[in-house]
Design a binder for this molecule. Structure first.
Ligand code: KIV
Ligand code: ZN
Length: 527
């Protein structure tokens, strides 16, 4: 199959936009290395097209897209560009290194979106013709999207889709930008376009759904039933507002219900759990416990009736096997007597392949945890590895000592020593509860104006000695940074997560100096 030819009739292409639409979600910013790591995992799992970023948005986005293009083995590497030559040229400069590059250009076509660049219908049609032609002169694989397609007048949508096809677009993506459509309407729209637009049989129709009404997966699958052959999605459904269609949901739906949805993808589903965990860790967006396919409880059977049924025949309550999505069948418990080799093997099973120095670091942290916690479960190790990933950017600030006094009598107080660039600084501060007191102490040692945008605590496993994972998100001048930490002591985890976020803030401030990695353009400003 060439990049342009249509795939087998029932083959559905998976277009992953975790690194573009997902990363665009406020607070989900990933570092350069994290983007490269996620792209490599997507490539390995068989994603057909990776949307690696929006090259004109910043130097950082450009560098990430071009480095992903250089490293990609099999996947098509795509970059996003608004409907102007400058964006498209910049996009091409980044994706051209790929074995299989694609330019994705778009413009908002609904009445509300047409008003933004202040173009009338004819002017917009001309812009579409010119920009798609320009993109096609650079790259033979061009995707075009009429943003907010589901709220665009049908006649106008048919007109502009026809123009884009004639100008050389090889994929036409139909976005439900605001998550407004419903399954029947999603299918009818694709069917209408296939029936009415000349040349529709020469291109691939894609569906791109947002989850504002919780229907993104259903809408994407309905579009496929009507003839779309590319689904745009993200790992864990990451994305702005309520997120995008979740890759794991559409892929597993078509696999498990192949009897009624006889469509195939190239995804190795056993890689799903690992990439889900990595995306959760690097984005700082924890997966909800009852999330379909990848939630912690998705394969847990707690009630007596369910457990009894499961023991007699797993299919009683299980429509897919945990192994099918890469969930280890056993939850082998590790403890303080487990050695380095056992840890390496266990981490490998969980999807972490570590170099020797990384293993040494993980082992020291594992031993410290095993000293405090009798049994170390898979989830504890995943939390430990997530923390390692999230503290990697810098260590200007480090928590050296923390003791809190708490109880029924307010105020609570925190005695804290932070090491700041090698020098110990100690304060005692009070607050409304131990976490507040600790954060006040951190603020006194390292004064800043960043706003606490999120403080999230999650128990990693069950039991009173369970670790807590804390995620802290800070916002300064519209930019968001995240810190994550796990500890058997919730207040210590909170302090470390806060300090990790501040370290990321320090790095971000340094990068925000002129000519650095700042998102300076808004992709919604599509004109
Ligand atoms: O949701 C949307 O419309 C988009 C486009 C840029 C394709 O993400
Ligand atoms: Zn989108």
């Amino acid at each position: 199959m060439t990049d342009q030819s249509k795939p087998d009739a029932n083959r559905v292409l998976i277009f992953d936009t975790t690194l573009r639409d997902g990363e665009q979600s406020p607070g989900a910013t990933m570092t350069h290395d994290e983007k490269l790591e996620i792209a490599a995992l997507l490539d390995e799992m068989g994603v057909d097209i990776i949307e690696a970023g929006f090259p004109i948005a910043s130097e950082g986005d450009f560098a990430a897209v071009s480095d992903i293009a250089k490293q990609a083995k099999t996947s098509v590497i795509c970059g996003l560009a608004r409907a102007n030559f400058k964006d498209i040229d910049r996009c091409w400069e980044a994706v051209k290194h790929a074995k299989r590059p694609r330019i994705h250009t778009f413009i908002g076509t609904s009445p509300l979106h047409r008003a933004i660049p202040n173009l009338d219908m004819d002017q917009m049609a001309e812009r579409i013709h010119d920009t798609v032609t320009h993109a096609r002169n650079l790259c033979d694989n061009v995707q075009w999207s009429p943003m907010d397609a589901t709220r665009t007048e049908h006649d106008y949508l048919c007109r502009v889709v026809e123009i884009a096809i004639k100008a050389g677009a090889t994929t036409i993506n139909i976005p439900d930008t605001v998550g407004y459509t419903a399954p029947r309407e999603s299918a009818d729209l694709i069917r209408m376009l296939i029936e009415r637009v000349p040349g529709a049989d020469q291109i691939v129709f894609a569906t791109h759904c947002h989850n504002d009404l919780g229907m993104a997966t259903a809408n994407a699958l309905a579009a496929v039933e009507a003839g779309a052959r590319q689904i745009e999605c993200t790992i864990n459904g990451l994305g702005e507002r309520a997120g995008n269609t979740a890759l794991e949901e559409v892929v597993m739906a078509m696999k498990v219900r192949h009897d009624i949805m006889p469509y195939d993808t190239g995804i190795d589903t056993t890689k799903i759990m690992n990439i889900s965990r990595r995306v959760a860790a690097v984005s700082g967006f924890a997966v909800q416990f009852n999330k379909a396919i990848v939630g912690k409880n998705a394969f847990a059977h707690e009630s007596g009736i369910h457990q009894d049924g499961m023991l007699k025949n797993a299919q009683t309550f299980e429509i897919m096997r945990p192994e099918d999505v890469g969930l280890a069948a056993t939850n082998l418990v590790m403890g303080k007597h487990s050695g380095r080799a056992a840890l390496r093997a266990k981490l490998k099973e969980l999807g972490y392949e570590l170099a020797d120095n990384q293993l040494n670091d993980a082992f020291v942290r594992f031993k410290a945890l095993a000293d405090r916690k009798k049994e170390v479960y898979d989830d504890d190790l995943i939390a430990l590895m997530s923390e390692t990933a999230s503290v990697a950017t810098s260590d200007h600030l480090q928590v050296k000592f923390l003791r809190v006094i708490c109880g029924t009598e307010a105020p609570q107080s925190a005695d804290l020593t932070l090491t700041v660039d090698g020098t110990d600084k100690q304060v005692t501060a009070t607050g409304d509860g131990p976490v507040d007191a600790t954060f006040n102490a951190i603020g006194r040692i390292f004064p800043h104006t960043a706003r606490l945008a999120l403080f999230q605590v999650q128990a990693v496993t069950e039991g009173t000695d369970a670790q807590a994972t804390v995620i802290v998100r800070l916002e300064e001048d519209g930019k968001i940074v995240t810190g994550q930490s796990s500890d058997t002591d919730t207040v210590v985890a909170a302090a470390k997560a806060y300090v990790a976020a501040l370290n990321n803030l320090i790095v971000r401030r340094a990068k925000s100096k002129p000519n650095s990695d700042v998102k300076s353009v808004n992709y919604k400003d599509a004109g």
